[in-house]
Design a protein around this ligand. Structure first.
Ligand SMILES: C[S@@+](CC[C@H](N)C(=O)[O-])C[C@H]1O[C@@H](n2cnc3c(N)ncnc32)[C@H](O)[C@@H]1O
Length: 264
């Protein structure tokens, strides 16, 4: 199955249009989602050791690549947006001898062969990106060859169960039995059926980007069919506000999921 390969060029062009805005917004430290949810869970599951060689897939502006160096790794990082990679290089001058940035399309088997030649890798990571990649089958196939024996692949995505296309979020209050109750709720109507859709990740981004919804089964079945086994998972949420917040919060329903696959 080619998934949504026919949308790959359009998808790349949208990311290229958004790259400067995205990098300006994320800056050196990235946003609260990364700092409070994605990074801590990813770092626990990756368990980077001094001297590890790590592959950062769809690295964006390199915010996590730099963090990997701080954890002791040497990094090969790629993204298919040349502007994103240019921005990543600019932000990583102090890390130049520890990070090699490449413009690589994760849907392109020849590109991936070039990455494989840089390995083998102790681990690979992809933060909040697989749902932006139009066809992840070539990547799944290549990862088995890129990783060392016992190597791991850790990735985070918006939780497909709780953020499928068309998710509606609401904050409800209820006057019940003498108490005012409040809760954050989501309404969803699609999960099982894969689908492409356009999305605004950051308010104000120049153009919507494409996203590709896959149920969890699709991810797990794909990676397991290429010699990887699921052996770790986290579903982080934001800390509950003492005050009750007064608006929708992802403090009970996990907005992201982080999965670890190990080379079997
Ligand atoms: C939401 S951003 C995440 C970036 C970064 N990993 C982070 O956490 O900040 C998704 C990234 O995926 C990249 N991307 C999407 N499809 C890709 C592909 N086929 N090959 C390489 N990169 C891709 C985009 O250019 C974008 O930088």
């Amino acid at each position: 199955m080619d998934e949504w390969s026919h949308l790959n060029e359009a998808s790349k062009s949208r990311w290229e249009d958004n790259a400067g805005f995205w990098d300006d917004y994320m800056g050196d430290k990235s946003n609260r989602w990364h700092r409070e949810l994605i990074r801590p869970a990813t770092e626990r599951l990756l368990n980077v050791q001094e001297g590890h060689i790590v592959l950062d897939i769809a690295c964006g502006n390199g915010n996590f690549s730099r963090r990997l160096v701080e954890l002791g790794a040497n990094v090969v990082a790629f993204d298919y947006s040349p502007t994103m990679i240019e921005r990543a290089r600019q932000r990583s001058q102090a890390y130049a001898d520890r990070i090699e940035y490449k413009v690589v399309d994760a849907t392109n088997r020849d590109d991936l062969d070039g990455v494989k030649a840089e390995g083998p890798f102790d681990s690979a990571v992809s933060n909040m990106a697989l749902m932006d990649i139009a066809d992840i089958a070539p990547l799944a196939q290549s990862l088995g060859d890129c990783l060392k024996p016992d190597g791991v692949f850790v990735f985070s995505i918006p939780h497909p169960c709780f953020q499928p296309p068309g998710t509606r979020k609401a904050y409800e209050t209820e006057d019940r039995d003498g108490a005012l109750l409040s809760r954050s709720v989501i309404h969803i109507s699609q999960y099982t059926t894969p689908g492409s859709y356009e999305s605004i990740g950051i308010k104000g981004q120049p153009v919507p980007h494409y996203m590709f919804h896959r149920p969890l089964t699709a991810y797990i079945a794909l990676f397991c069919s290429h010699g990887l086994v699921l052996d770790g998972m986290e579903e982080p949420t934001f800390r509950k506000e003492e005050s009750g917040g007064g608006k929708f919060e992802w403090d009970e329903i996990p907005p992201v999921i982080v999965l670890r696959f190990k080379k079997a």
